[in-house]
Design a protein around this ligand. Structure first.
Ligand SMILES: C[S@@+](CC[C@H](N)C(=O)[O-])C[C@H]1O[C@@H](n2cnc3c(N)ncnc32)[C@H](O)[C@@H]1O
Length: 350
């Protein structure tokens, strides 16, 4: 028995299921039934009985999935767990012979799923202790043990590869909102920088004096975030910036149309959070990347209510078409702090 388990934003199960199936098929995994009940915030993909977690997790990677917050391989499905002792059946289902760097007991990030959080928390300690006592905890192990309760009486149990999965429980990076920030949007930017860059890269690529263009900048959260780190920002928006954004020095506010603005010279970062049809944003990004006007970019594509996956693919193709023959990297993720949107990250030739 084997299933791939992917967590996603509630309401995006269809998109998550579609891309998980596509990538699994593309990687040559023999796949069976795929399930993702609307609003459940997770998807399960049945694998051929002969497919091991080594094969499935080598074939499909959390980073390459846009709509999945987390990805791991379930080796057991437990139903009818007794109220009085859920632990014993879980322990019996542990994959034999493996050692783990840790255990996460999780639940769906849905309305119903969040009610399971106390149960998950209560079981995490005893499970961890069992691994310690059984000498199955090893900080150097590449594997993490996952237990995922989808009801109070049923759970999936299996393994995740540390290097090929999200490093946060539930696949959610929890961030603190600084009291002085002008808008909650900064959480989106900060999450994007954590998802798309490693710690060293964040230090190297976000240095004082670097240049940024922020299209659709008002009220100024992203501009504020960059300026606070000493980067020099041109904030393009007809709307007003919050008074907490520095009025001079590192920030220049241009009341202009973001679709018409072009920088005089190449900037280190292009940011774009304009609320517009995704294909228009994709065209705008394609034009910037093609001209080589920015080294890197973080941008949002607001998705329509219907045919979201198709629209997203159309936008991706549009950007890629303008970059044929170039060396670049283009990645997308629906972030925890994203709503009906996905965030893109582009790096071009330097
Ligand atoms: C979601 S808000 C941006 C929030 C911003 N990232 C922050 O951190 O505060 C979208 C912004 O896009 C701006 N906008 C919409 N159309 C625009 C355009 N054609 N050019 C520039 N800005 C535009 C709106 O005025 C609005 O302020």
């Amino acid at each position: 028995m084997g299933h791939l388990i992917a967590y996603c934003r509630a309401g995006f199960e269809k998109e998550c299921a579609q891309e998980l199936a596509e990538q699994s098929r593309h990687a040559g995994l023999p796949i069976g039934e795929i399930r993702g009940q609307a609003g459940s915030a997770f998807v399960t993909l049945k694998l051929d009985a002969a497919t091991s977690w080594r094969q499935s997790l080598a074939a499909v990677h959390w980073r390459s999935l846009v709509f999945a917050r987390q990805l791991w391989h379930a080796t057991a499905r437990l139903a009818g767990l007794p109220r009085g002792d859920r632990l014993a059946p879980l322990l019996r289902a542990l994959p034999a012979g493996e050692r783990f760097c840790g255990v996460w007991v999780e639940h769906p990030d849905s309305q119903a799923g969040r009610a399971l959080s106390p149960l998950a928390r209560a079981l995490a300690g005893p499970l961890h202790q069992h691994l310690v006592d059984a000498r199955r905890l090893d900080g150097d192990s590449a594997l993490r043990l996952h237990v995922f309760f989808d009801t109070s009486a049923s759970a999936w149990l299996g393994v995740g590869l540390v290097a090929a999965s999200a490093p946060w429980p539930l696949g959610i990076l929890r961030l603190k909102m600084p009291a002085a920030a002008p808008s909650r949007s900064i959480l989106k930017l900060e999450e994007a920088l954590h998802i798309f860059l490693g710690g060293e890269e964040r230090k190297r690529l976000l240095k004082p004096g670097m240049t940024v263009v922020d299209l659709g900048a008002a009220p100024g959260g992203w501009t504020w975030w960059m300026a606070r780190r000493g980067l020099r920002v041109i904030a393009v928006d007809n709307g007003a910036l919050d008074r907490r954004v520095p009025g001079s020095g590192d920030v220049e506010h241009l009341r202009a149309d973001g679709f018409a603005f072009k920088p005089r010279r190449r900037v280190d970062w292009l940011l774009c959070d304009i609320v517009e049809q995704p294909s228009r944003i994709a065209q705008l990004m394609a034009a910037w990347f093609k001209r080589g006007d920015c080294r890197r970019a973080i941008f949002n594509l607001k998705l329509p209510m219907k045919r979201r996956q198709e629209e997203f693919q159309r936008c991706r193709t549009l950007i890629e078409a303008g970059l044929r023959g170039r060396v670049y990297s283009l990645r997308f993720k629906q972030l925890y702090h994203d709503r009906e949107e996905v965030t893109g990250f582009y790096t071009g030739e330097n």
